[in-house]
Ligand binder design. Structure first.
Ligand code: FAD
Length: 319
């Protein structure tokens, strides 16, 4: 443990509630299953501990990033010398009037099931989406032409813009509510307003229609249909981070098709491979490193650029 991390631990020890792990392998927390160790891995169990931990990171000059389900995130082989802040401690899912309020760390599979169990329609296309509700909101996850932003009523987040140790005394002032009304046009394809303002999402309220228990069976059948479609597309055949590149309408074709037409499907570097069944998925065949994946990303970008003039942009976040 380095001195800065030691200082954080010392400063928070009587107030912080939640898990703290040291030298934690990030391969255990990402669906690609690669990445070195994080110097410290914090999973606070309440918002005060979250804020306390982050403010101490700031005070001690330690970088941090927020981790949801790790399904769109790849950590470097050398690891991360700062702090990883997991939302795993915020996993509640509750029906409140006409919204389902989800902790940022609630897994999307649980959220979808929560809707289906009560016969509430509207989340079926998100069945089979890995990761958390907070991650889906931050990334504006899109499933079968449905952006999660269309389902969001409001979002509670910690505004980190002007946050420091003193802010803890006035924590309520830094807990903000984003109301997703028609005036808010900050959403776009794979883009959320929370990317612009250093926000840590703590809760997401999703719109919910009426509970109709008589519809449970048909909603579950619809969810199963989407999961089956993903299985048929090979989403779960091997560890991956889902689509590596964003689609761009200007390119005229999906990123996967451009990679396929460049003859790159199945290309292997080290233990990483462009999935033989899908040009826009890179898989870990067992012993991939982050470096192998980065090389494949560059190869796909350079080859497609050479053939078409289009530069593919990463959707996956590299840390
Ligand atoms: C097999 C497979 C299929 C996939 N299919 C799809 C698909 O159909 N559509 C789609 O859009 N994506 C898809 N993905 C990608 C991924 O599942 C989504 O982007 C998902 O929403 C990411 O959520 P996460 O919790 O795993 O986020 P993470 O991977 O943990 O994080 C992603 C980014 O969000 C940030 N973040 C996470 N939580 C918070 C928070 N609470 N506050 C602030 N920032 C936060 C992280 O810092 C990071 O920058 C797929 C991935 C896999 C592996």
């Amino acid at each position: 443990m380095n001195n800065r991390i030691r200082k954080i631990v010392e400063n928070i020890k009587n107030l912080y509630r939640g898990r703290l792990l040291f030298d934690e392998p990030m391969s255990l927390h990402t669906t690609m299953k690669v990445g070195g160790n994080a110097a410290v891995f914090a999973e606070p169990s309440d918002i005060f501990s979250l804020a306390l931990f982050i403010s101490e990171c700031r005070n001690c000059g330690v970088d941090f990033f927020v981790l949801g389900g790790g399904s769109n995130l790849i950590v470097d082989d050398s690891g991360f010398c700062g702090a990883v802040v997991s939302t795993g401690g915020f996993s509640s899912v509750e029906l409140k009037d006409d919204v389902v309020v989800c902790g940022a760390g609630a897994e999307m599979s649980r959220v979808v099931e929560f809707y289906a169990d009560r016969g509430i329609a509207g989340m079926e296309t998100f069945a089979g989406l890995p990761g958390t509700c907070g991650g889906a909101c931050y990334m504006n996850a899109r499933c079968y032409s449905n952006d999660i932003s269309s389902r969001i009523a409001s979002v509670e987040y910690l505004d980190m813009e002007k946050f420091d140790g003193n802010s803890l005394k006035f924590l309520e002032k830094h807990i903000k509510m984003y109301h997703n009304d028609d005036k808010c046009s900050h959403w776009a394809y794979k883009h959320s307003p929370f990317m612009e303002n250093n926000a840590v999402i703590t809760k997401v309220a999703l719109k919910a229609g009426e509970c109709r228990p008589e519809n449970t069976a048909s909603i579950k059948a619809e969810c199963a249909r989407f999961v089956h479609d993903r299985e048929m597309k090979g989403h779960f055949k091997a560890p991956s981070s889902g689509s590596v590149f964003k689609n761009n309408r200007d390119f005229g074709k999906p990123a996967g098709m451009l990679i396929d037409e460049a003859g790159l499907k199945g290309t292997k570097i080290g233990g990483a491979q462009i999935a033989p069944w899908h040009g826009n998925i890179i898989i870990n065949t067992g012993n991939a490193t982050c470096s192998d994946i980065r090389k494949l990303v560059r190869l796909a970008q350079e080859t497609v650029k050479e053939r078409t003039g289009f530069m593919l942009e990463c959707e996956v976040v590299f840390i």
